[in-house]
Design a protein around this ligand. Structure first.
Ligand code: UDX
Ligand code: ADP
Length: 480
């Protein structure tokens, strides 16, 4: 290769040596840990304003990392202190880096215009202003958080129009949405189906492609324009959530007709056009993305006057709300129309297994409904803390904090949760639930002993053989 060509390629592939990531949460933490692991020559600094969170990322005891993800501890152990750093010195990390990822939270707005639907972009805007203020040389700014379409436009405007010292500084914006799912984040990051990079500058896109190309085959790195990339993220989550709402809609029909939704899912999933994944009926989807992203999509569609499009996607959310509600309703009806003063054990609080994340978890809403009926709830989750469970309930503002603490108890032992309970409700599909001594649980419960399996994970026939009365989501009662 000629010297000139090599030089040209080098310029094209502006080599990145320092990366900064703003936001050390569920997305920023694991993603940066894997980038650092796979790119030992790049220094990766993850910054956050939350000192407690950064201290936890730096804790010698890897069990204390703020995010629970299988395999994350090993990745952090390998890279931390070598080329992976966690810090609260946001300005310094911005100043030093050539590439800055924005991974801050974008919750649904709880006030003003777009309340309950639009994404709250105040944290993103604060980051943009901070970058503009601090940057002394050219930066590539990468949107990692899920954002409404055309956020890049706002980012660009803030970056180019604010900051007093950066007249000559050039900012390139890229959209690089994260598709990792919690609980399998490390696996998803190590072997992604695809990496998506949207942008306007070929040079900036190439710089980020070069980072991922350390471990992702080039053909799995898709490049698009900025807006396609931003919209693809919302679309992917909307399609996934739609599948869950579709199968959940059928789960209710199965219960009425005597069909078994798991059999229906298997039957349709073998059609290669449909495929087997994301067809597991449940008490309702949760997580930080699905609801937020669909609400966002709905809000965007409405803002363009596309009301049919908005209504179409909104139905996915309405179905999900219905699913949570009818699961709780069924508990009340089955327990002779009253749960007042009755102890109900919750197995699981996280929004899915293998994570300690509880954002939008179905468990929160089912609990809230049962608490309105004066139930006494005892929660056991292998990974979620008592503090988090109370915070989730308090956040709803349905009743006083004192009342939440009076009606809800959190325990570290599933057998203690079930002791003297009228019913057990399975809200998360943790594998360990299948391995319990169900004879012991049965002996310690009140009669009749009900199990409401909102995840269809338990062997209902076996449990019925022991004496339990079992309701499994999407499975019609015998003799229907
Ligand atoms: C999702 C997307 O999968 C991921 O690509 C994106 O980056 C973020 O949002 P996550 O929310 O972490 O990831 O988990 P996911 O596995 O998608 O599950 C979301 C919810 O749907 C969970 O509550 C899960 O229990 C539920 N679900 C999923 C079902 O009820 N049935 C299914 O078949 C699949
Ligand atoms: P996600 O699931 O998108 O990663 P999290 O809420 O887990 O969301 O993480 C987002 C993180 O971003 C939080 O730890 C929060 O403290 C951090 N954050 C928000 N705004 C800023 C900011 N301006 N500077 C630095 N960190 C921020």
């Amino acid at each position: 290769m000629s010297v000139y060509l090599t030089e040209y390629l080098y310029k094209m592939n502006k080599k990145i040596t320092k990366i900064c990531c703003i936001g050390a949460g569920y997305v920023g933490g694991p993603t940066m840990a894997v980038i650092a692991q796979k790119c030992p020559e790049i220094q990766v600094t993850v910054v956050d304003i939350n000192e407690k969170r950064i201290a936890a990322w730096n804790d010698k005891d890897l069990n204390k990392l703020p995010v629970y993800e299988p395999g994350l501890d090993k990745v952090v152990e390998e890279a931390r202190g070598r080329n992976l750093f966690f810090s609260t010195e946001v300005d310094r990390a911005i100043d030093e880096a050539e590439m800055i990822f924005i991974s801050v939270n974008t919750p649904t707005k709880t006030y003003g215009k777009g309340k309950g639907m639009a994404a709250d972009l105040k944290y993103i805007e604060l980051c943009a202003r901070q970058i503009a203020r601090v940057a002394k040389d050219d930066k590539i700014v990468v949107e990692k958080s899920t954002l409404p379409v055309r956020t890049a436009q706002a980012l660009k405007s803030i970056l180019h129009n604010t900051g007093s010292t950066n007249g000559g500084v050039k900012f390139e914006i890229l959209s690089n949405p994260e598709f990792l799912a919690e609980g399998t984040a490390i696996q998803d990051l190590h072997a992604p189906d695809r990496v998506l990079i949207g942008g306007e500058s070929a040079e900036a896109i190439e710089a980020l492609v070069a980072v991922y190309a350390h471990w992702v085959p080039k053909e799995n790195i898709l490049t698009t324009n900025l807006w396609s990339s931003e919209l693809s993220k919302l679309t992917a989550n909307a399609f996934l959530a739609q599948r869950v709402s579709s199968i959940n809609a059928l789960s209710e029909l199965c219960e009425k007709t005597g069909a078994d939704v798991n059999e229906v899912a298997r039957a349709i999933g073998t059609d290669s056009r449909i495929g087997p994944k994301f067809l597991k009926a449940s008490v309702g989807f949760g997580g930080s993305c699905f609801q937020k992203d669909i609400l966002n999509l709905v809000y965007i569609a409405k803002s363009y006057g596309l009301h049919e499009v908005a209504d179409y996607w909104e139905q996915v959310i309405l179905m999900n709300d219905h699913q949570k509600r009818r699961f709780a309703d069924n508990i009340v009806t089955t327990l002779y129309n009253t749960v007042s003063g009755k102890k109900i054990a919750f197995f699981g609080w996280a929004f899915k297994k293998d994570t300690n994340d509880t954002r939008e978890s179905a468990a929160i809403y089912v609990a809230d409904y049962l608490l309105n009926e004066q139930a006494e709830i005892v929660v056991y989750d292998p990974k979620v803390t008592e503090e988090q469970i109370y915070a989730d309930l308090d956040y709803l503002n349905t009743r006083s904090e004192e009342e939440n603490r009076r009606l809800v108890t959190v325990v570290n032992d599933p057998y203690q949760a079930a002791d003297n309970a009228h019913a057990i409700a399975v809200l998360t599909e943790w594998d360990e639930f299948k391995t319990y001594d169900w004879d012991k649980i049965y002996n310690d419960m009140l009669r009749p002993s009900f199990v409401f399996d909102g995840r269809a994970v338990l062997d209902s026939e076996k449990l019925e053989g022991k004496g339990f009365e079992v309701y499994t989501i999407g499975v019609g009662a015998k003799g229907v």
